[in-house]
Each structure stands twice: as structure tokens, then as C-alpha cells.
Design a protein around this ligand. Structure first.
Ligand SMILES: [Zn+2]
Length: 188
């Protein structure tokens, strides 16, 4: 590390401390050139470049946080979830990606992480995302998922309301209506 004042390469660390969030080390250095002796600060942090995303068709693309945010936005449209909580969720996913240590992450894994986050944020958003993301092979798969959630008593009144009175364009409600139709034709 050259001294930024006299460009001498002989500098010494006189103080070293961890940044408040623990992600960064701050160092005070002193130039050892007797004619200079200036002090300066350096910051050291890990390079946290997000890995490449491998899509289902095998193609690769750079991780796109804007797209991820759009996914959350679509799932949580008109839902009472604070933007701050979505930001936290996105940050946790970003960290999960970095922590995985691989330079490449399957888009499927990211989808699963989004599901994990939505599950904690909002039941409706969770199933809405799942019904699009998993592209349920048939209505039974959707029904099974709803029933599984019901068993786990995750579905509150809120969820019931959304299913019964929600917007017909909502993919969640479309799936629900399909599954009802399927159900009644099974019984007849
Ligand atoms: Zn110097």
C-alpha cells in the first residue's frame, strides 16, 4: 500500500478496527518515510459480487435484483406488507446467494428462497407466487398445497377472503376457482 502523499511503499498500520456492521475493517496507516510521516485511512471489505444465475434452460445471466424485486411486487400486490420488510427479504436472499460460496446459483434455488421469504411475509403472496412459479402441473397440485397450508393452520381469514372475493385476474383466485370446479365435477 503506497502512501497517497509521497507514494513511498513503506507504510505501517497504527490502528485497526472493525466497522459497526462487522463487514468492514478500517485501518489507520502511517507513512514511514521520515520526510513525510502522513497518516491515512484504508478500508478493507470482502468482495461480494453476486454469482451468476443458471436458468432452467441452462442459459446463464447476471443476478438481477430489479427482477427479483418485481417478483415480490407482483406476489404482494395490494397486500399489506411494508416495503421495508420486502427490502429485508431481498437482502437476506442476496446474502444467501453470496454465502452459498458457489459462483453459480440455479434460478430454482432462488425461487425456493423467495418462497421461504413470502411464506413468512404473507400467505396470499406466498400462494400467489407459488402458483405462478411452480406452474402447477394440474389443479390438484394447487389444491393439495392449499390443503397442506390449511392443515398447518397458516391460512387465516385474510386468505379465505382473498380466495372468495379477490380479483378474478389474480392467478391465485383463478387457480382456486379451477380447483373448485374440478372438485365438484369429481363429486358428481
Ligand atoms: Zn508518505
Amino acid at each position: 500500500m503506497r502512501c497517497p502523499f509521497c507514494e513511498d511503499v513503506d507504510t505501517r498500520v497504527v490502528d485497526s478496527r472493525l466497522g459497526s456492521d462487522g463487514d468492514q475493517v478500517r485501518r489507520r496507516r502511517e507513512c514511514q518515510n521520515s520526510k513525510c510521516g502522513m497518516r491515512f485511512t484504508t478500508f478493507e471489505s470482502a468482495e461480494l459480487a453476486p454469482p451468476t444465475v443458471i436458468k432452467n434452460d441452462g442459459s446463464r445471466q447476471a443476478f438481477d435484483e430489479v427482477r427479483l424485486r418485481k417478483g415480490f411486487k407482483r406476489a404482494l400486490e395490494k397486500r399489506p406488507v411494508e416495503t421495508e420488510k420486502v427490502n429485508d427479504a431481498i437482502e437476506r436472499i442476496r446474502r444467501r446467494m453470496i454465502k452459498s460460496g458457489d459462483r453459480e446459483v440455479a434460478s430454482n434455488d432462488i425461487g425456493t428462497w423467495v418462497m421461504d421469504e413470502l411464506r413468512n411475509l404473507d400467505d396470499v403472496g406466498y400462494i400467489r407466487f407459488a402458483s405462478v412459479y411452480r406452474r402447477f402441473q394440474d389443479v390438484n397440485a394447487f389444491r393439495e398445497m392449499v390443503e397442506k397450508l390449511e392443515k398447518e393452520t397458516m391460512l387465516g381469514n385474510d386468505m379465505q377472503m382473498q380466495l372468495l372475493t379477490g380479483d378474478d385476474q389474480d392467478p391465485l383466485r383463478k387457480e382456486y376457482k379451477k380447483s373448485l370446479a374440478k372438485n365438484s365435477s369429481d363429486e358428481s
